[in-house]
Design a protein around this ligand. Structure first.
Ligand code: AMP
Length: 249
């Protein structure tokens, strides 16, 4: 039996993992989620992006969502559950996914647990059921600087920071020359509302996963590459466990 375990070629062992990135606004969840998605060829699911996409339409749900986002408030659960459930049912999620911006409340975390256990189509062997949850911790002073300086290219989606990671030409995307824009909810008063909402609603989510032994913390004050290195370290330690589990079956 142990011979079978060691002789199995590594490339036959499929990487399957559900990864959740937690952290305050400005912690770098989006940047890190993109890097992790590329590295493991799994989709990045950003609830904020999905909601902004719906909000861009003029139909009814979009208009209401837009108002919540503009105030820096959380969009109601019945809306976000529908959006997330639809997205996770796409076949591209069958090998796992990396999620940022969800769950943001304890209720959402409980909902995600039951969705992954009961309703997630690709979870027939239950391996998606236990997400690897990574909290990106950042000092509060850093957060304000990051959010106030954040600019986004409206064409290619690349993000910059005018203080910390400026484009070569002022307010212009290095890649395609588009004029950079600022997210409406990065204005200072909205940023403060988002940080308050994080403290009240999202911190308990970290505590929820910590109690279940699923929470890992990385230092988001470090340079981007080092944060990625820490996240990869956490995932690969954990995925090795999943591989061993698979091979032993
Ligand atoms: P983000 O891009 O993750 O900073 O999210 C932008 C905005 O989308 C938030 O300020 C909320 O209005 C909304 N949003 C994102 N994620 C959630 C969530 N899990 N629950 C409710 N609203 C959310």
């Amino acid at each position: 039996m142990s011979g079978a375990r060691t002789s199995r070629p590594k490339e036959q062992i499929r990487f399957i993992a559900t990864i959740v990135l937690l952290g305050p606004p400005g912690a770098g969840k989006g940047t890190q989620a993109k890097r992790i998605a590329e590295r493991y060829h799994i989709p990045r699911i950003s609830l904020g992006d999905l909601l902004r996409h719906i909000a861009a339409g003029n139909a009814d749900p979009g208009r209401q969502i837009k108002e919540f986002i503009a105030r820096g408030e959380l969009v109601p659960d019945h809306v976000v559950f529908e959006v997330i459930a639809q997205r996770l049912r796409h076949t591209d999620c069958s090998r796992g996914f990396v999620m940022d911006g969800f769950p943001r409340t304890r209720t959402q975390a409980c909902w995600l647990d039951s969705f992954l256990e009961r309703d997630f189509p690709a979870s027939s062997r239950g391996r998606h059921a236990v997400p690897i949850v990574i909290l990106i911790q950042v000092d509060p002073d850093h957060l304000l600087l990051r959010l106030a300086g954040r600019r986004v290219c409206p064409s290619c989606g690349r993000t910059y920071n005018i203080y910390l990671q400026p484009p070569r030409a002022r307010e212009v995307c290095d890649l395609d020359g588009s004029k950079l824009t600022r997210r409406d909810d990065d204005r200072e008063e909205v940023v403060r509302a988002r940080l308050v909402s994080y403290e009240l609603e999202t911190r308990p989510v970290a505590e929820y996963y910590r109690r279940k032994g699923q929470l890992f913390t990385v230092d988001g004050n470090l340079p981007v590459d080092q944060v990625t290195g820490q996240i990869v370290g956490v995932i690969e330690k954990r995925v090795k466990f999943i591989e061993d589990f698979d091979v032993a079956r």
